[in-house]
Design a protein around this ligand. Sequence first.
Ligand code: ATP
Length: 330
Amino acid sequence: MAAEPLLSVRDLSVAFGPVEVVRGLSFDVYGDDVLALVGESGAGKSLTARALLGMEPRTATVGGTVRMRTATGTTGVREGAGRLWGRRVALVPQDALSALSPVHPVGDQLAAAVRSVRHLSRRDARARAALALERVGVPAARARAYPHELSGGMRQRAVIAMALVNEPELVVADEPTTALDPGLREQVLRVLTEQREAAGAALLLITHDLEAVRAHAGRVLVMYAGRHVESGPVDRVFTRPRAPYTAGLLAALTPVRRGRRLPAIAGAPPAPGALPPGCAFAPRCPLAEDRCRTRSPEPLAVDDRVVSCHRWDAVPGSAADAAGLFLERT
Ligand SMILES: Nc1ncnc2c1ncn2[C@@H]1O[C@H](COP(=O)(O)OP(=O)(O)OP(=O)(O)O)[C@@H](O)[C@H]1O
């Protein structure tokens, strides 16, 4: 891992009017990283990604800083984030149709993207586009197809090619395979991770699929109700979660006691604007005590990770035992 992060996010907040839906979020992405962002629906994962790209909704107010390392060693800031789009940072969205124009063949769209950042002839740009499509498994002959003429899997491959064609340093993929049939998801995700590796780009992967995180990510950041819960190396966090919320999420992966699995943590996250005082997870947490209900935990460096939980040292030492905390309550 490079000593200096490619992307540094500090105290990021995203608010709609008085309601903060992302709050005090800090993390780094390194040049060779696959960082997964996980958490239940509404945790603020997509808005975090959009804010990094300068693509947040117009009604949102973004605070904090996002800095990106430049070739000269100085840093860029979020004020320029809109301009980073397409060149240094690229997005793979959930829905391929929203990323592609319905009225142009995919090859032409890729070639236009190439020409938007490079002075190349049409022919050279088209050749580059065809190569990018071939790399992700879209045969050259399909470059002339319109998006609606491609299958869902092929379309998502084309979007991955589009994201990588201008050799970005960071790819942000927001649930890149959710819209696909389950059988195709792993295949397309593998294409994305292999291609980003070949291109030497870092990947910020937003997903609900914890198996995919285990298979493809090096580090993970768990969010709850817009805040940081736990972050660190996947192999460590998945085998020994330090925050009860992480343990509860992982319970879906870990057979606890006589093969029983927990389908989901009981209860639901709080609505934005109605967060309880203290730790937002306290009402659902089997380990919560008084201080959890009154004081919000600050991120703390513990061994190989950062954890935002007052009770981290009371979490059992294995993922299965920690998941068992939640089983007691079902
Ligand atoms: N344009 C908007 N206006 C107001 N609130 C919004 C807007 N977009 C998102 N939100 C709210 O912000 C919170 C975080 O949304 P976000 O889409 O980032 O969550 P997420 O973690 O990506 O969820 P999912 O996994 O379902 O995609 C949610 O409670 C959502 O309702």
